[in-house]
Design a protein around this ligand. Sequence first.
Ligand SMILES: NC(=O)c1ccc[n+]([C@@H]2O[C@H](COP(=O)([O-])OP(=O)(O)OC[C@H]3O[C@@H](n4cnc5c(N)ncnc54)[C@H](O)[C@@H]3O)[C@@H](O)[C@H]2O)c1
Ligand SMILES: O=P(O)(O)OC[C@@H](O)[C@@H](O)[C@H](O)[C@H](O)CO
Length: 385
Amino acid sequence: MRAVHFGAGNIGRGFIGLILSQAGYEVVFSDVNDTLVEQLQEKKAYTVSLAGEAGEKFHVTNVTAINGKQQDSVAEAVAQADLVTTAVGVNILKHIAGGIAKGLELRLERGAAPLHVIACENAIGGSTQLKEHVYGHLNPELQEKIGRSVAFPDAAVDRIVPIQHNADPLEVTVEPFYEWVVDESQMIEGFHRIPGVHYVDRLEPYIERKLFTVNTGHCAAAYWGYLQGCATIQEAMANPDIAGKVRRVMEETGALLVRKYGFDPDEHERYIHKIITRFTNPYLSDEVTRVGRSPIRKLSPNDRLVRPALQSYELGLGYEHLAMAMAAGFRFDDAADPEAAEIQSDLASLGVSATIVKYTSIPADHPLHAAILNEYEQLKKAARS
Ligand SMILES: NC(=O)c1ccc[n+]([C@@H]2O[C@H](COP(=O)([O-])OP(=O)(O)OC[C@H]3O[C@@H](n4cnc5c(N)ncnc54)[C@H](O)[C@@H]3O)[C@@H](O)[C@H]2O)c1
Ligand SMILES: O=P(O)(O)OC[C@@H](O)[C@@H](O)[C@H](O)[C@H](O)CO
């Protein structure tokens, strides 16, 4: 069996590629990074190391790569695949959609077997978003025909994989923990279950639990850490003030999740505790600039900060620390991050209030807007003194 995986980056090699290879798939990575592609084509294998005391290593074999810039090769790979997965970043999905659409057309012409396409991105409805992009390249007749034999089940993926600084460009160090949850209700016949993947009937509680706990806490640690001059999440979490606030932001989203989904409060508390342990893993060094990356995405209405804060407000629950984390996000001025630079430019030209509205879509007369604005001004004052 052959899987085509888009994105031979950190999570692609360190998680999805590893699991698929262990499940017996030949993994064909599609990437636009020439070095990664050439190395994978040449070595056909790489090493995944677990960041833990034992330092366990996995030799991942039966892998290769194609260059994602060559749309015909991408389409041919999709046409021959038994499974398609992605980990490119949710904003990149639109760029891979054309090649996938072309590949699906080829499959139709050749009468190929049913196919599942699973986007493993940090987003609600990632595969559904990819499907919309792919369908944007197909006329209604093709959409209808392809829809009968191609499914896009949504997924939630969890494993912390920092930016790598290894001599071997293919080697990747990952945390030992992982969770991959796939929505079974969106699948069609002919799917071969992948060992290590958890299949559920309803993904929403899983993706929201993951995004609003792991990723909300993570970006809060990154933004507060960045403002305190910390280079890594580990360094940020060693600061008791930051660690306390990170816990409280996860308690706010925890109260929301418990209310929305009826999670057991003690079990959810253990989930938060486990996440804090993962953030403080001494065998990992995870840069705050990676975790805080793409603040426009992270401050957008459906992502890890605004969505839980608005829902908490609607239910009369606390959102103070979420507002504080958003304010810190607006202060994240990493010059190497184009989204951070865009926000900083808007703050200077539009002012704080209009910039908050522009990126969060929270109206200026909303109490959450006032809370973000107030906290932003406090942070600015603190930075001056
Ligand atoms: N790293 C983590 O801890 C982690 C954990 C869970 C989920 N995720 C999610 O996984 C996704 C990837 O994150 P990452 O940390 O692996 O990022 P990454 O930057 O390490 O990897 C992304 C890869 O996609 C490639 N890419 C970009 N454009 C492409 C294109 N058009 N075609 C093919 N490949 C292309 C890049 O060259 C890169 O190798 C994101 O959505 C992220 O939120 C990351
Ligand atoms: O990948 P992002 O930019 O959505 O978020 C950064 C990190 O929070 C994220 O990559 C985590 O490490 C990961 O989601 C853990 O499962």
